[in-house]
Design a protein around this ligand. Structure first.
Ligand code: ATP
Ligand code: MG
Length: 279
């Protein structure tokens, strides 16, 4: 039986973003494995340095910010208005989403005090804006936000405590066009993110209505919903609508073929996907 990487070697190779094939290598003996480790690590560190060099000399900002701007540009071109709402929201707003104490998301909420928390999603603010805008603008009302959301997660490879959400919404979609509209929205976002080959998983639930998840293999990239929805009345909304939310770090993780979202997130140990403990 051959030798595989030690746990420490494996960890180091992972943080340096080694490809799956490199991680899965095996060797005739430990001496040849350790030699291979030195060579591989050296290559990966050189690659990391050159990526950081490119960041400094050319890109001048991480891919997550480039993606955010690209998406915003594409969606504005499609006639959607970008909005910017508070990251601190009220307990009442959460309750209006029926996220009460027995809801699974409730225990994931970061509370600031008894009445305020950091938003775990963008939907409550977008509902509030819809409610104001229906008095002022004709339908359909097309708005989107890209901003940080916060959830206490058991930090796996796909979950962050703070992540960048895009929520794209249209209020006043003709009933029979909702599914098609959601599919169109998913396509714009996937194209702008440079991801092809994704799947749409449509499910009907009595409680949540029809939902459409955007999947790449086993990874959920986005979740769409449509109304009329049982929550609408609480928000004073009575028109049909569609809305879809994506995590930008996940989009980037898939596009870049990275093993986890941590390296692409807000971080002090990574810069633009590059682990900083290199020299
Ligand atoms: P999951 O089932 O993967 O935990 P979710 O269904 O709870 O995700 P949604 O509430 O549907 O997530 O949020 C919309 C999108 O936001 C997700 O499809 C995903 O891309 C992203 N997202 C949600 N939670 C996180 C997180 N903790 N870290 C990074 N991205 C996230
Ligand atoms: Mg979801």
């Amino acid at each position: 039986m051959g030798s595989t990487w030690t746990m420490i070697q494996m960890q180091r190779l992972k943080e340096l973003n080694a490809a799956t094939e490199q991680l899965n290598l095996s060797f005739p003996d430990t001496a040849s494995r350790d030699r291979a480790f030195q060579i591989t690590e050296h290559h990966l560190v050189e690659e990391a340095k050159s990526k950081l060099g490119k960041l400094r000399e050319e890109k001048r900002r991480p891919s997550i910010l480039e993606l955010e701007e690209r998406l915003a540009e594409v969606l504005r071109e499609q006639g959607f208005v970008q909005v910017c709402t508070p990251t601190i929201i009220s307990k009442t707003a959460l309750q209006k989403m029926t996220i009460g104490e027995d809801h699974p998301l409730f225990s994931q909420v970061f509370w600031l005090d008894e009445k305020r928390c950091l938003r775990p999603m963008l939907a409550p603010n977008l509902y509030s804006l819809w409610r104001e805008l229906i008095r002022i603008w004709s339908k359909p009302i097309r708005i989107f936000e890209i901003g940080t959301c916060y959830r206490k997660e058991s930090q796996g490879a796909q979950h962050l405590n703070e992540f960048t959400m895009l929520n794209l919404t249209e209020l006043g979609t003709p009933l029979e066009e909702r599914q098609q509209r959601l599919e169109e929205m998913a396509e714009w976002v996937m194209n702008a993110s440079g991801i092809d080959d994704y799947n749409l998983l449509t499910e009907s639930s009595v409680v949540y209505g029809d939902t459409v998840d955007v999947m790449k293999g086993e990874v959920e990239l986005g979740s769409g919903a449509m109304g009329p929805h049982f929550l609408d009345e609480q928000w004073g909304i009575f028109d049909p609508w569609v809305g879809i939310g994506f995590g930008l770090e996940r989009l980037l993780m898939i596009r870049e073929g990275t093993q986890n979202v941590q390296s692409l997130a807000r971080s002090l140990t990574y810069l633009d996907g590059v682990r900083l403990n290199i020299k």
